[in-house]
Design a protein around this ligand. Structure first.
Ligand code: ADP
Length: 313
């Protein structure tokens, strides 16, 4: 099966500076793909190139098997739904009426009738059936985003592309979008969603590509991101002695001495293991009263990835 989305050496430069730099992506059909990167990494520029809204400086884009380019790819784009910025709605019309307008605007060749016939279904999908008759001005930010996704779904897209759909939402709004995207992907839609929040993509995506300075610095299942950065909190009776011992162990980096509750914080890489750390300390006569794997510090994982030496600028 060919990829739903492919880029090859995709590049966009603005005044000689690369916003997107030789990006190679391949997103499998039916995947929920998280496109992660800090602000300014080049996510929006990439998404705009995928949708034919920004012309690449060089490189190639293929959407649903069709190469994109001037005068090419329009048929593929009809099979794509997108939400790329805060969706604009008529505030004094209901959610349903808004969708009717957008469906009608599609034109007869673009499946206008089919779109009109799909309104109930997409409202149901985004869980806005009960609120469909309310004016959009009474909608929460999360409801507006979901209405935006409903709009993107009117054309029954095979591929859904969303640029930071959870930006500015409260935790409940985020959770709703997350479960919606998960359901869509489980139903067979390929979902490509950008975010600058690692915790968010980690919780919902099948695969994550991490972008920094326009380059892909990691690509794989979200569990791989954490694995690259295991941390351990080690509580001991003699922190400075423990530091000297740990500093000599392969794969161990001491990050903080006598941090939280007098414990050391260390980072482990191959071949170091928590058991090995414990054994070395105990053998050297250091009493260990706490050994805890810290795995919540997602921001560290992210910073390690995007701040790495492999991303010069
Ligand atoms: P992200 O979506 O990850 O926040 P963007 O794609 O918006 O990142 O931006 C990537 C870089 O490209 C930024 O440095 C931004 O300033 C620059 N950039 C984006 N669009 C333009 C433009 N139209 N003209 C000049 N620079 C731009």
């Amino acid at each position: 099966m060919s990829a739903a989305l492919t880029t090859r050496r995709l590049t966009k430069t603005y005044k000689g500076v690369a916003a997107v730099d030789a990006l190679d992506l391949a997103v499998d059909p039916g995947t929920l793909f998280g496109f992660l990167g800090p602000n300014g990494a080049g996510k929006s520029t990439t998404i705009r190139m995928l949708l034919g809204l920004v012309r690449p400086t060089s490189g190639e884009v293929e959407v649903l098997g069709e190469p994109m380019g001037p005068g090419r790819g329009m048929a593929a784009l009809r099979r794509v739904g997108a939400l790329i910025e805060d969706p604009a709605f008529w505030n004094y019309l209901s959610g349903r009426r808004n969708l009717e307008y957008f469906a009608r605007a599609a034109g007869p060749d673009d499946g206008r009738e089919a779109r009109l016939g799909r309104i109930d279904e997409v409202l149901e999908t985004v869980e806005l059936t009960a609120a469909a008759g309310k004016k959009v001005k009474a909608y929460s930010h999360g409801m507006r985003q979901r209405l935006g996704i409903a709009r993107a779904l009117l054309g029954a897209p095979e591929l859904l592309i969303l640029d930071e759909p959870t930006n500015g939402l409260d935790p409940q709004g985020i959770a709703e979008i997350r479960s919606l995207l998960r359901r869509l992907a489980d139903g067979g839609t390929t979902v490509f969603v950008s975010s600058h929040l690692l915790a968010e993509v980690e919780a919902m995506c099948d695969r994550v590509g991490v972008l920094a300075h326009g380059r892909l610095v990691a690509d794989g299942p979200p569990s791989n991101l954490r694995a690259s950065s295991a941390r351990l909190r080690v509580g001991v009776d003699d922190p400075s002695r423990a530091e000297r011992i740990l500093a000599g162990l392969p794969g161990v980096t001491v990050e903080t001495v006598a941090g939280v509750n007098g414990a050391l914080r260390v980072r482990l890489a191959e071949p170091a293991t928590p058991a090995g750390v414990n054994a070395s300390l105990v053998q050297a006569g250091v009493a260990v009263h706490e050994l805890a794997q810290e795995h919540e510090r997602l921001e560290d994982v992210f910073l390690d990835l995007v701040g790495g030496a492999s991303v010069p600028r």
